[in-house]
Design a protein around this ligand. Structure first.
Ligand SMILES: [Zn+2]
Length: 209
């Protein structure tokens, strides 16, 4: 985080700098450390008035190190409380609550993104106005596009016309299929035809060489 942003939350440090009670180097050291632990701002400002820059920097290093330990402890507490809970509301709504460290839940959400994009494009094409949270749900419970296939797990994105055969990465060329169907599709260069959910494999009719 740059100094200007830190100063937004560290008003007293900024004021001391403006009034000339802190040098630029002191203000930079205080703001960096106090940003990791805003509660330490006053004691660091006090340190700046009695210690030289080197003493101040030592105090700042101590504050930052302690804040880092705190942060790791918080992360570990969140990680230990990780869970997925699944229950049913009286009206029949199924509910899932996922809890865990933010970097890990963010990874799950990021993994949904290609599927959300594909569904969004499908919806746009068919004039289906789903809200983003509905699209995200559909991405989570996605199923294989092949007619009669109800597989919902470990789906892959299939480029109907392979990229090496000149296929595009556009929505019209990508479909979600289960791990079983590519094995059936690729050796015969078959193509998917029909509407998603009702697609069938048709042998590729290559023009004669
Ligand atoms: Zn399938």
């Amino acid at each position: 985080m740059d100094a200007a942003k830190r100063f937004d939350v560290l008003f007293d440090t900024e004021q001391a700098l403006r009034e000339g009670r802190l040098s630029g180097a002191q203000a930079e050291a205080v703001s960096a450390a106090a940003f990791t632990d805003p509660g330490a701002q006053q004691s660091l400002l006090a340190s700046a008035t009695v210690n030289g820059l080197r003493g101040l920097k030592q105090d700042c290093a101590r504050v930052s190190a302690a804040a880092c330990v705190d942060e790791m402890a918080v992360y570990e507490r969140v990680r230990r409380a990780r869970s997925i809970r699944h229950w049913q509301d009286p009206d029949g709504t199924g509910r899932i609550e996922v809890r865990g460290p933010i970097d890990q839940t963010a990874r799950v959400m990021a993994a949904l993104e290609p599927y959300e994009r594909a569904i969004f494009e499908e919806n746009r094409r068919t004039g289906n106005h789903a809200r983003p949270e509905q699209t995200a749900f559909d991405a989570l419970v996605r199923r294989c596009v092949i007619a009669g296939c109800h597989v919902t797990r470990q789906l892959e994105i299939d480029h109907n016309v392979p990229l090496c055969d000149g296929g595009t990465t556009g929505y019209e060329n990508i479909h979600r299929v289960c791990g079983f169907h590519p094995r059936e599709k690729h050796p015969t260069s078959a193509r998917l035809v029909g509407e998603p959910g009702q697609m069938r494999l048709r042998p590729n009719e290559r023009p004669p060489p």
